[in-house]
Design a protein around this ligand. Sequence first.
Ligand code: SAH
Length: 176
Amino acid sequence: MEERLLGARFRYLNQQLYTGSSQDAARLFRADPAAFHLYHQGFERQVRRWPERPVQRIVRYLRRRPASLVVADFGCGDCTLAASVRNKVHCFDLVPLSPRVTVCDMAKVPLAAESVDVAVFCLALMGTNLQEILGEANRVLRLGSYFYLLEFVKTGPARPGPAPGLRLRPCLYKRR
Ligand code: SAH
């Protein structure tokens, strides 16, 4: 029974995070820190059932690259990423699950412009103010940096016309 209640509470909180802005998420967890801990308990239970923790992919990705790359982990949770690589990792979340966390809304992180090489959103790009959040990542990234992985899931029938809002542009290589 307790297990099922926890699952239900987690799904409810997850839905709040996916249907509101990052500012709403910040208000929600500031007003009710217990909700954050419930959310993380539910998250842990969920992820344990998956064949792989997605953050492990990012760990492998970073280990294949120079440890000198500076990383910003937006929505870092328990800071598994920072604990698993040699890189300098700035950890941002709404509530500190670890002393490494800088508490803030990911739409406004206390980093200077063009100060990091890799921006990570691992199961954390959830606010409806997606453009503002990605704009913040863009601000702190150095030129030539890049996002690693975006995976999209179809959630409804196809609609005619172009998708609103976002635009992806090709990566153009220098002619040699
Ligand atoms: N990246 C971690 C945790 C994913 S859970 C991992 O892969 O294990 C999603 C995390 O994003 C949660 O810890 C949640 O608190 C955080 N989060 C959600 N909205 C946020 C916001 N607006 N600002 C900062 N962190 C946020």
